[in-house]
Design a protein around this ligand. Structure first.
Ligand code: RI2
Length: 297
């Protein structure tokens, strides 16, 4: 939880492997590849839901096994890491540019949790001089909404904090919802911070447009094969203070939830805005001919 946001987490994973390759001293190519595998597994186990981390780690290690020398493998991993981080940063900027076009002067926007992609869109619309108001949810239990409201306040945006249970009430005054993504499935479902699906439901009811902002490395290749996304559950201490409830009380603390494609008007990616139904085709095209070769995964 020291690094937050699925995009930042992916860049941190890629950069960590790049640093590992840069500082790997002595040893053999085989030893390096084994250590790289172990390091990758450790990183992947840290955050099971955000596929951005999986994609970042695999983009960084890709091709290392085909290298003919230790130096070649190290240089490749280092270059892959830099390329992934640069691509990720460019994607967030591009999403801001593309998403801001969906925001009109006078719009009231709602966002959830703390997504750099969604906030990029909002700040870009504000930078363009559009007169907008934003409601941000508190996002219990970690209250990442506090980061969001301070970030938007620093940018000079008209920002109001609401508690999570006020979402349906406030949706009546909202024109558009912009949220981030931890993972997007091949069917166009959005996995994002718990509570996102409630925003989507309330938006659907109030006929408010609902947009997910997702770099394409948030698309999950595994879901093409029918894999479901693991929803991380975190410690009870995030929800209650010690001694606050009777010992027999169970606590359930899922951190993410799933919003079906039918509740999403569009997914804003660095490639452009797409209908959730288009995700499958984009994933197949990006992964290329070898896609249904299981060795890829
Ligand atoms: P960016 C965050 O969760 C939130 O769910 C946010 O919507 C999502 O990551 C995407 O954030 P967590 O992974 O990549 O920090 O747009 O738990 O910054």
């Amino acid at each position: 939880m020291e690094i937050r946001g699925a995009g930042r987490i992916a860049r941190a994973g890629a950069a960590a492997l790049g640093d590992f390759a840069d500082s790997y001293a002595g040893g053999t190519l085989e030893g390096f590849l084994e250590d790289l595998d172990r390091a990758s597994e450790t990183l992947l186990a840290s955050r099971p839901t955000a596929v951005s981390l999986w994609n970042g780690v695999h983009a960084t290690t890709r091709g290392a096994g085909d290298a003919s020398s230790l130096d070649e493998a190290r240089a490749l991993v280092s270059a892959n890491a830099r390329e992934f981080c640069a691509r990720s940063e460019r994607a967030v900027e591009e999403i801001a540019r593309i998403g801001a076009r969906r925001i009109q002067d006078g719009d009231t926007i709602m966002t959830h949790c703390n997504s750099s992609a969604a906030l990029g869109v909002i700040k870009e619309a504000h930078r363009q001089g559009k007169d907008i108001k934003v409601y941000a949810t508190e996002s219990r239990p970690w209250r990442q909404g506090i980061l969001t409201v301070n970030d938007l306040a620093d940018a000079g945006v008209d920002i109001t904090l609401i508690i999570d249970s006020a979402v349906r009430t406030v949706m009546k005054r909202t024109d558009k919802v912009f949220v981030g993504a931890d993972t997007v499935t091949s069917q166009g479902a959005l996995i994002n911070k718990v509570g996102t699906s409630q925003l989507a439901l309330a938006a659907h009811e109030a006929r408010v447009q609902f947009y997910a902002c997702a770099e394409t490395y948030k698309f999950s290749p595994m879901t093409l094969f029918g894999d479901t996304v693991t929803i991380e559950e975190r410690d009870v201490s995030e929800v209650i203070r010690p001694g606050e409830v009777r010992g027999s009380v169970k606590i359930f603390n899922p951190v993410f939830d799933s919003t079906p494609a039918s509740y999403i008007d569009a997914i804003i990616t660095e490639l452009g805005m797409m209908n959730p139904g288009a995700v499958y085709g984009v994933m197949v095209k990006q992964l290329g001919d070898g896609i249904f070769n299981q060795e890829l995964f």
